[in-house]
Design a protein around this ligand. Structure first.
Ligand code: ATP
Length: 536
């Protein structure tokens, strides 16, 4: 049996994987059987982007709403009729938790009768074979793939196949779904499915589509990677006007949409997790009237999408205003402001702002200023022992970046001059070789000891310089030895480092801590003195 858990784990994003674990924990605690189903399984197996997580439970998920919220999920809506929760899991992961159910269609155009069911029965009411699979997330059967209609084979054959002859009659929204999936994956309809599709179209079964299905399909467009392609396919099949009679591809701001998707990719490449759905809806409906847009929004089942789409322009305006004010007076301040802003707003402003200053700052934030990071002299910092092993490292690295951004460190030399005072004292030279004299020899090795003339000179000269250039890992134990053996030196070190960090632009002429450490071997008394060996 293929190991689908392994496949799932390598295909999901880290946040999606955490989301699966969260849902699994809640279901386990409630003693409810849980499956990952539908599009998530299809995308895991086919290798396409996994857009959202569809879960099915044997039981009523609406009862678990509070448990999910306590575990960190946000409620984005629910559907009483089919007992489904719409959630946003941490990391902006969209999820649906539906009840395993049967749907019995008694008459064309009538809503089906819904009843709780097993997962096997639930899979039989689904739209296409590739969407009718479930992965068990339950103890004892975790990783078991239920594939009663051979969905894996159809994924391999790249075919969309309905489960039975009455599929489009029972639920005509499957016609829209067939067109959407065919456009997205470039998978054709299997021959008989195509015949049923054509017959359903000719007989205008689409007139019986339910309002809730229309809302669901409108919302799905927001999450397409190439929404314009899907809109055109829907228009060609005459399904777009089913979603709204005034909607057509002419109502789309195609330039805006193209730029949005390009900028989104740029942000993803920079490591952002950015949800473009609200902006996609904005551009897809850019030339529709306000009333038509409100009509569309009203039908969407997820309130998070309705709100983010409705508020996107206002939120972007707020950010634009802040970008032209004092808060963004310098590049470093702008960097801080934009680093704290929602990536969705940066994306939307990057595409829509006509204000030169705002557009310029966002452009710099996404491009030019990233290169400034490359001017942080990391190799030299390592030589100076300014490495992540230092507690104050994040602040030093940040300060140097901010000063570089603001043009306050104009050259490599100036940057090094700024950094040097933050260098911790070099570690002591290695202990002299043991001469087989027992405990005394060991004590002598604990610190640089001026024994014979030659040995002391070694500690101060070239050997010390080599130690100073040693990797970070060496610096930590060295600092510890210093603290233990020389309380006075420790006190100085603790005092000096934060002071230097507070006034980064004006480094002290000579770092006191370093000076103290450098003096140490010379002032140290010979290790042969008895009281010292007793203390240890
Ligand atoms: P997407 O990648 O667009 O999210 P999806 O397959 O996950 O695709 P959803 O609309 O999120 O689509 O639906 C989740 C699952 O619910 C589907 O995979 C399918 O199994 C089932 N489903 C959704 N709509 C229908 C429908 N109209 N008829 C039958 N099954 C449906």
């Amino acid at each position: 049996m293929a190991d689908y858990i392994y496949t799932m784990e390598i295909r999901l994003t880290p946040d999606q994987l955490k989301g699966v674990n969260l849902v699994q924990e809640v279901a386990r605690a409630a003693g409810i059987t849980l499956y990952l189903t539908g599009g998530a399984i299809r995308d895991i197996i086919s290798g396409f982007t996994i857009r959202d997580l569809d879960f099915t439970v044997q039981g009523n998920p609406l009862k678990l709403q509070k448990d999910f919220e306590r575990a960190g999920a946000q409620l984005a809506g629910h559907d009483e009729d089919v007992r489904t929760l719409f959630l946003v899991l941490p990391g902006n992961v969209r999820a649906e938790i539906g009840m395993a159910r049967t749907e019995v269609y008694e008459k064309v155009g009538r809503a089906p009768t819904i009843a709780p069911a097993s997962i096997q029965e639930d899979l039989r009411r689904r739209d296409f074979t590739v969407n009718a699979m479930a992965l068990s997330l339950n103890e004892g059967s975790r990783g078991l793939l239920l594939d009663p209609f051979n969905g894996v084979a159809d994924i391999e054959a790249k075919l969309l196949r309905i489960l039975h002859n009455y599929s489009f009659v029972e639920d005509p929204s499957r016609l829209i779904r067939a067109t959407r999936f065919a456009a997205r994956f470039h998978w054709p309809l299997e021959e008989r499915t195509q015949q049923r599709y054509d017959a359903a179209k000719e007989n205008k079964y689409i007139d019986h589509i339910s309002r809730s299905a229309v809302g669901h399909e409108i919302a799905q467009l927001a999450h397409e990677d190439d929404p314009l392609n899907v809109i055109r396919a829907l228009e060609k099949e005459e399904w777009l006007k089913v979603l709204h009679p005034h909607w057509s591809s002419a109502k789309v701001d195609t330039n805006g949409l193209g730029l949005l998707m390009k900028t989104r990719q740029q942000m993803v490449d920079l490591g952002y997790t950015v949800d473009p759905s609200a902006a996609v809806m904005h551009f897809l409906t850019a030339k529709l009237s306000d009333k038509d847009v409100s009509d569309l929004r009203r039908q969407i089942p997820r309130k998070d999408l309705i709100e983010s789409w409705r508020d996107i322009e206002d939120h972007a305006k707020d950010l634009a205003k802040r970008l032209t004010g004092k808060e963004a007076a310098t590049p470093s301040r702008t960097w801080n402001l934009l680093s704290g802003a929602r990536p969705e707003m940066i994306l939307f402003l990057a595409v829509t702002s006509r204000h030169q200053t705002v557009a310029g700052k966002i452009k710099n934030f996404l491009t030019k200023w990233r290169d400034v990071q490359k001017r942080i002299p990391l190799p030299e910092m390592t030589e100076l022992l300014i490495t992540p092993a230092l507690p104050e490292y994040p602040k030093i690295a940040r300060d140097v970046f901010m000063l570089l951004l603001d043009g306050k460190l104009r050259s490599h030399t100036e940057t090094l001059k700024f950094l040097k005072p933050f260098a911790p004292p070099p570690p002591p030279p290695p202990p002299p070789p043991r001469r087989g004299r027992g405990p005394k020899a060991v004590v002598a090795g604990a610190a640089p000891v001026p024994g014979k003339k030659g040995e002391v000179v070694k500690g101060k000269g070239k050997g010390a310089a080599v130690a100073a250039a040693a990797p970070a890992a060496v610096a930590v134990p060295a600092a510890k030895v210093e603290v233990k053996t020389k309380p006075a030196a420790k006190a100085k070190l603790v005092k000096v480092v934060p002071q230097a960090a507070k006034r980064p632009a004006k480094p002290p002429a000579k770092p006191v801590a370093k000076k103290a450490a450098a003096k140490k071997p010379a002032t140290k008394k010979p290790a042969t003195k008895k009281p010292k060996s007793k203390k240890r």
